[in-house]
Ligand binder design. Structure first.
Ligand SMILES: *Cc1c(COP(=O)(O)O)cnc(C)c1O
Length: 261
């Protein structure tokens, strides 16, 4: 076993999961009562982390896992040990989806949701391809990703386009099941400046689509918040939080990671 893998296995995943789950509960109790009372879902973001750590988290009760590269999700989802020991695993794709990777992603066993649909074109492509890969007539869950921080490098639709794209998914993509909105937002936002504007904006986009498209707000999820700010995100309405390093330990700095998208 390599030193890196050995070191990673020293991370106490069960303890970390328990801590995060209890903090989620506390954050829910602080959530404004005007917000829909949807119990938050924890996504364990396992990118760069090895299969044994995923299995350990699964054995500790975790079911939802997130990956942001298609190749890595596909490899892990097809791993014989995962297929054998993690039968109820639910994979969330949370990275940028290139057209030429759609088929590979949709063939991944136990794919639960694609959180990063950000254009009508991508929605149409995924909708069309899902027909080939689904079992029976199941619909594929999707979220629409919104670029709430107006950063050019970030993916996601412009907030002003949200209603149009969601309407398109609802009316034109019969193989897709619209679940909610997702944002990444700016990193390292300083909460002492007040509520995170990205989270406020995503909640506002939800209000808007619910009003304009006549949707029940209690059924529309908000995926926002990561290791540094998931509690804050829940207070502002997150129903899905994506937590990686707090559960699995720190990742190597970005420029040291292999780009395997
Ligand atoms: C990596 C990643 C996360 C988790 O980040 P942590 O800071 O490790 O919790 C959440 N969402 C997305 C889209 C990511 O790529």
């Amino acid at each position: 076993m390599s030193d890196a893998v050995q070191k990673e296995l020293e991370v106490d995943i069960m303890h970390n999961l328990k801590t995060v789950l209890s903090r989620i509960e506390l954050a829910v109790s602080r959530r404004s009562k005007d917000l829909p009372n949807i119990a938050p879902k924890l996504i364990a973001v396992s990118k760069i982390k090895p299969v044994p750590m995923i299995i350990e988290a699964y054995k500790a009760g975790q079911r939802h896992f997130g990956e942001n590269y298609v190749n890595e999700l596909s490899e892990k989802a097809n791993d014989p040990q995962i297929l054998d020991q993690c039968k109820e695993i639910k994979w969330h794709f949370i990275g940028h989806l290139q057209t030429n990777k759609i088929n590979k992603l949709l063939q991944s066993p136990n794919l639960y949701i694609v959180e990063t649909v950000d254009s009508e074109k991508l929605a149409d492509n995924v909708n069309k391809q899902w027909e080939k890969f689904r079992n029976s007539d199941s619909r594929l869950n999707v979220m629409v990703q919104v670029n709430t921080s107006a950063e050019e490098a970030k993916n996601g639709c412009d907030p002003s386009e949200t209603t149009t794209i969601v309407k398109h998914v609802l009316e034109k993509c019969q193989n897709l099941n619209f679940k909610g909105l997702m944002t990444i937002g700016q990193y390292d936002y300083d909460v002492s400046k007040g509520p995170n504007p990205d989270f406020i904006l995503l909640a506002k986009c939800r209000n808007e689509i619910c009003t304009k498209l006549n949707l029940d707000i209690n059924t529309v999820e908000l995926s926002m918040g990561m290791s540094t700010d998931y509690e804050h995100a829940i207070e502002l309405g997150a129903t899905t939080v994506r937590v990686g390093s707090t559960i699995f330990g720190a990742r190597p700095p970005k420029n040291a990671q292999i780009n395997n998208s």
